[in-house]
Design a protein around this ligand. Structure first.
Ligand code: ADP
Length: 429
């Protein structure tokens, strides 16, 4: 927001990862954690959720300081989802049942759901606390221990949650947090033979490196990667609702969402009206100090991201798309980018194929249902999609035909701890 340094953070390296994994191993192999009643493990997660809730204003402020996202988002979107996630999985801790299986012969056959061991968890910077919750809550509820590496851009808020975990009473060694860079601390975690699994959220190219390295020790991996999600608006949709949904679906969090609806397909007959309404809505978007409660859009997370997004905008212009709104830096100081909208976008332009991770919407025109499905699917990603229509049959057939982990119908960015989140193809495992 100001381009000023806000803090210095100790850089964790391989030696720190070694200490953290040893602590997590010890807590798992010989500590109290796996012996604890599952319901008591759940109680600790409930207690952590309560402590976060008690300190919600402070933690939301820390998240905004760390990431630059508007305080109203941190306080009213991120933190409630974080708290809900811990509570949801706290309830699962004692509901993780095995089966009894009627096999041939005079035998008693059963399965037990056992915790895997030490979970290595590597998270990104776009939703720092929510990503920590998505990694911690299920692993801890299951009885695993954790070594979590935060993103180098956003090391602060997770450390505060670590303090609260200590206050809640998690046994020593159960949770460990490393601040550090990917190729050093992250890579050391992936390589370490004492880590049983890597759960990673980030770029698919990083996942490719991780998968290769994890293969050497046959680690399990789960990946939540990027997207170029199609948001398809049919002519029979409630247009005002669709405009609002597309607006939130792309501009939320400065466009830094893996499920951002970054390819907006609009049926030909309503295309111009859609653009008009979208510009009318987005031109009033309030950019500014992320600590101002009325701010709707903060700066991009850092200079690297800012530069990358600006170069995509330039490519969009160079490749012949029409920049119908924005397209420029929004302030002299701070990494602010105007809400940007491109029309006349064709499927092969880089603004239609690559994940931009910024406030840049590409609008593509289509003629009919079959064309919409085909073009929606013509991406190597498959994280999310949305469809806007009043025709129930069309909505459900779309949801079945589009290869994406989450399909929203007449809504966008509806998240719930109880709903799965993941992708096809290069969007993850
Ligand atoms: P993003 O584009 O979201 O920054 P990255 O994949 O670069 O995506 O980063 C996501 C997380 O992965 C961060 O915590 C980062 O430090 C970590 N990371 C980056 N490179 C590696 C690597 N080679 N090994 C392990 N972790 C890495």
């Amino acid at each position: 927001a100001t381009e000023q340094v806000i803090a210095q953070v100790a850089e964790g390296d391989e030696a720190d990862v070694q200490l953290a994994v040893e602590a997590a191993r010890k807590a798992f192999d010989t500590g109290d954690w796996p012996k604890m009643d599952a319901r008591d493990r759940g109680m600790l997660l409930f207690r952590l959720a309560d402590l976060i809730e008690k300190n919600i204003d402070e933690i939301a402020a820390l998240e905004t300081l760390d990431n630059g996202k508007p305080i109203s988002d941190s306080r009213n979107v991120d933190l409630p989802l974080v708290i809900d996630c811990y509570r949801y999985y706290a309830g699962w801790a004692d509901k993780n049942h095995g089966k009894t299986i009627p096999i041939r012969g005079n035998y008693h056959c059963y399965t037990r759901h056992e915790p895997l061991g030490v979970a290595g968890q590597i998270i990104p910077w776009n939703f720092p606390l929510l990503m920590q919750a998505w990694k911690w809550a299920p692993a801890l509820a299951a009885g695993c221990t954790s070594v979590l590496k935060t993103a180098e851009q956003t090391p602060l808020s997770a450390l505060r949650i670590g303090e609260l975990a200590m206050e809640a009473g998690f046994p020593k060694g159960v949770v460990n947090i490393i601040s550090g860079f990917g190729p050093t601390a992250g890579a050391a975690l992936v390589k370490h033979p004492g880590v049983d699994k890597i759960a990673f959220t980030g770029h698919f190219e990083t996942a490719q490196i991780i998968m290769k390295e994890a293969a050497k020790t046959i680690k399990r991996v789960t990946f939540e990667l990027g997207g170029k999600s199609p948001n398809v608006i049919f002519a029979d949709a409630d247009l005002d609702a669709a405009v609002e949904g597309a607006y939130i679906g792309l501009y939320l969090n400065q466009g830094q969402c893996c499920c951002a609806g970054s390819r907006v397909f609009v049926e030909e007959s309503i295309h111009d009206e859609f653009i008009e309404k979208m510009i009318a809505m987005a031109k009033d978007r309030k950019l500014g100090d992320p600590f101002d409660p009325s701010t709707e859009q903060g700066p991009q997370v850092d200079k690297d991201q800012f530069d990358k997004i600006m170069s995509f905008i330039q490519k969009g212009k160079d490749q012949g798309a029409t920049c119908a709104m924005g397209g420029e830096r929004a302030a002299d100081n701070g990494y602010y980018i105007q809400p940007t909208l491109f029309t006349d976008v064709s499927d092969d332009m880089s603004i239609a194929t690559d994940e931009i991770f910024g406030p840049v919407m590409s609008v593509l025109k289509f003629k009919d249902y079959n064309e919409a499905i085909e073009r929606a699917n013509s991406t190597f990603y498959g994280l999310a999609a949305a469809v806007w229509t009043r025709d129930v049959k069309k909505a459900h057939s779309f949801a079945a035909a589009v290869r994406a982990g989450t399909i929203w119908v007449n809504c966008y960015d509806v998240f719930d701890a109880a709903a799965p989140f993941g992708g096809y193809k290069m969007s993850g495992i």
